[in-house]
Design a protein around this ligand. Structure first.
Ligand code: MLT
Ligand code: MN
Ligand code: ZN
Length: 305
């Protein structure tokens, strides 16, 4: 399985256009050791020709330009993206769909029914796309047992699990969470027998998750915040990390403590908010991650399983 990180940043990217936190300001001025990151997305393939795009970031056009396999140029209109899977309906994971509107062939789109509802009501992106390329929607089951395969994507099987996270602010059920608002995905390569568990939005480690972590060769999870009160401490938001669906790295029950239980897996944090000190490569927080064998995803990162 080939995994390519197209964008490792959280919503807003790094630096964020209106942000002058220590990280964003330092990156612009060149005074910190860090690299810029576009908004959260990965693509996965087994043959290196046909790719599944996970989420469609507002930065998708730049991300495609940065990764030539997604533009193989075999015909007058062509793409290496065979299908798109959405793990939630958040702005940073979906609005890039509008940038992929050209062409007469429908986009093959996989999401839960909850995400489909949000994207046809509160934020009716999919209805807008019907006036352009159109979409062929495939509903992802959230029972945690039903795996699916995708035409053209040979050798890979996909199994979704429901996660506790928050539906977007525009969702008709924002304050009334439903299973399927956010999912994680176990991706298995039948040829190499390797497994990736991918969950860029993960607010709580519920009992159904450890068995999946245990059988994963790579765990790529939510790296949004270092502390639960990061945004409050910086005066940027009134909500805690866990309240907006992101389990922080440090502290009791944090991602470091969780990931320490799975020595068999390569551990990678993704969807990193621009305020997070782990973005500074020489920070003490980054050194702690390194001590625990946890990597920080960056745009262009390649993983082969
Ligand atoms: C999130 O991950 O919590 C959201 O994407 C935040 C946002 O809308 O940028
Ligand atoms: Mn996000
Ligand atoms: Zn910032």
């Amino acid at each position: 399985m080939l995994i390519h990180v197209l964008g490792a940043g959280a919503g807003g990217g790094f630096p964020q256009w209106n942000c002058n936190c220590q990280n964003c300001d330092g990156l612009r001025k060149g005074t910190i050791k860090a690299t810029k990151r576009t908004q959260s997305s990965i693509c996965v393939s087994s043959d290196g020709v046909h790719w599944v795009l996970f989420n469609t970031s507002p930065d998708v056009l730049q991300q495609i330009q940065n990764f030539p396999p997604l533009q193989p140029g075999r015909a007058i209109r062509d793409s290496g993206i065979s299908a798109i899977i959405l793990i939630d309906a958040q702005i940073d994971h979906t609005t890039g769909l509008l940038m992929l509107r050209e062409g007469t062939q429908k986009r093959e789109l996989y999401s839960t029914d909850m995400v489909y509802q949000d994207l046809t009501t509160g934020n009716p992106l999919l209805k807008i796309l019907d006036h352009y390329c159109g979409i062929n929607h495939h509903e992802i089951s959230t029972d945690g047992k039903t795996s699916f395969e995708i035409p053209q994507i040979e050798n890979l099987t996909f199994t979704a699990v429901v996660l506790k996270s928050a539906a977007p602010p525009y969702s008709p059920h924002r304050n009334n969470p439903h299973p399927g608002d956010t999912i994680g995905m176990l991706i298995e390569d039948k040829k190499t027998q390797k497994r990736l568990f991918y969950a860029p939005g993960l607010g709580e480690i519920e009992p159904h998750l450890p068995p999946l972590f245990k059988k994963a060769d790579c765990i790529m999870v939510d790296g949004t915040f270092w502390t639960n009160t990061e945004m409050i401490d910086m005066g940027l938001m009134t909500k805690k990390a866990r309240d907006i669906g992101h389990n922080p790295q440090s502290g009791e029950g944090g991602m470091i403590e969780v990931l320490d239980r799975y020595p068999q897996a390569k551990k990678v944090l993704i969807h990193i908010n621009n305020t997070n000190p782990i973005l500074r490569e020489d920070s003490k927080e980054r050194a702690i991650l390194t001590e625990h064998g946890i990597e920080v995803a960056y745009d262009g990162m390649d993983i082969v399983l």
